[in-house]
Write a protein that binds this ligand. Structure first.
Ligand SMILES: Nc1nc2c(ncn2[C@@H]2O[C@H](COP(=O)(O)OP(=O)(O)OP(=O)(O)O)[C@@H](O)[C@H]2O)c(=O)[nH]1
Length: 392
């Protein structure tokens, strides 16, 4: 393929990737990372276009190569900024502005302004540093919940960093052959590598975006909108998995269920809106009284479920009592009133012949029922004999 055809293909390809990134941003304008990546796509396209135009017309030196190089570095900078936004919710505009200013000014330096080789040898390391920072960020956050979406962008960045080193090697090996445009191996390889990088990084950021959406939707489908705790659907998923794991590892598996006492009275007296706020309040106090890695579910209405694995039953009783006390000690305060709240709790652990988690939950519910019968605002552990007495 001759260089002109290759250049035209590169321009067409970058136009398509820019259009894809801009379209993705338009479908979700709140996604700031995608905004940065869309800008990067447009900048890559503009650079490639300026190379194509300069094959037909002699552009002013300030436009090509000076501004063209600045745009190319800025494009890599916006990829980096999008990654920083995605992982840390910050932008990297100051870094981009500083590097672009440096690239702009450096091209006026005596040797650099006259020589393509010098220009490349100053710009390529900066580009490599930007891509290295992007890669470092993805690597640092690889174990986060969104980390699985990073591998494609990580591969594209790694390969391009390796190529940049090769490019620098070629620039040093053939300095006399380097024309800004010309039918030589450096130019051809560079256009091919740029196109491949464009494809790789575009697929990479689209994959990050898609994985983010997938994770958000999955979390939404598992979350109860009012309390922010997991919902019934998630209970089914996590309890099935944990029960099987605990049975296999011969470790403890237990539920603590709790229900708000006289909650109907709260709704009847203050209305459902205040009732909803009271529910949120209870969820927040109970969550603070337990550990981050315990499982918290809203089972429905005003009933909540805590799930524990690997914790001794006596320790679970201590946690249940802590939850009860914390809720009792934190009445719900409205602008006009202070509403005292309490909960009744039931505790039950897995027994050796249990076939599934449903029976454990049923026992915890029975124990909770006993706590209600026994005066409320208390925690009861499941006890077969006492249950018979309650039922009799
Ligand atoms: N505001 C609000 N109320 C709810 C929600 N879900 C269930 N409830 C209310 O919770 C109340 C439950 O009442 P009951 O089952 O009679 O129990 P209780 O009044 O708490 O009495 P005990 O449990 O026996 O102490 C009902 O008034 C339901 O309408 C909700 O999402 N928001």
């Amino acid at each position: 393929m001759d260089l002109l055809t290759l250049t035209i293909s590169t321009v067409m390809f970058s136009a398509m990737t820019a259009a894809a990134l801009v379209s993705l941003y338009i479908t979700n304008k709140t996604n700031k990372a995608m905004c940065d990546w869309a800008i990067a796509g447009v900048l890559f396209f503009s650079c490639n276009l300026s190379i194509l135009v300069s094959t037909f017309f002699t552009l002013p030196w300030l436009l090509s190569p000076v501004l063209s190089n600045v745009m190319y570095i800025a494009a890599h900078g916006f990829i980096f900024s999008g990654i920083v936004r995605h992982t840390r919710n910050e932008n990297a505009y100051l870094t981009i502005a500083s590097i672009c200013a440096m690239v702009f000014l450096i091209q006026f330096a005596p040797h650099v302004s006259e020589s393509v080789t010098f220009r490349l040898l100053t710009i390529l390391p900066m580009m490599m540093a930007l891509n290295g920072l992007s890669l470092f960020h993805l690597w640092r956050f690889r174990n986060s919940s969104l980390g699985k979406g990073y591998w494609a962008a990580g591969c594209a960045l790694s390969l391009f960093i390796v190529y940049t080193l090769v490019h620098m090697g070629m620039v040093l090996s053939y300095p006399e052959k380097l024309e800004y445009l010309g039918d030589d191996i450096v130019q051809t390889t560079n256009l091919l590598a740029t196109t491949l990088y464009d494809a790789g990084i575009t697929l990479g950021v689209i994959f990050i975006h898609a994985w983010h959406r997938e994770t958000t939707l999955r979390n939404l489908s598992r979350t109860d909108a009012l309390s922010g705790w997991y919902n019934r659907h998630a209970l089914n998923e996590f309890a099935t998995r944990e029960f099987a794991r605990c049975q296999r590892d011969k470790t403890t598996f237990a539920f603590v269920t709790f229900d708000i006492d006289y909650f109907k009275k709260v709704n009847d007296t203050y209305g459902h809106l205040i009732g909803d706020h009271a529910l949120k309040h209870i969820a927040s106090v109970a969550k603070d009284a337990t550990r981050e890695y315990d499982y918290h579910f809203r089972h429905g209405g005003e009933e909540f479920v805590l799930m524990f694995s690997g914790l001794q039953i006596n320790d679970i009783e201590v946690v249940a009592e802590r939850v009860r006390r914390a809720i009792h000690a934190a009445p719900f305060v409205t602008p006009t009133d202070t509403i005292p709240l309490s909960v009744s709790l039931g505790i039950a652990a897995m027994e050796p012949d249990d076939l599934n988690w449903h029976v454990v939950l049923e026992r915890a519910d029975n124990a909770m029922y006993r706590a209600k019968k026994g005066g409320r605002n208390k925690a009861e552990r499941f006890n077969q004999q006492k249950l018979s007495l309650v039922k009799a």
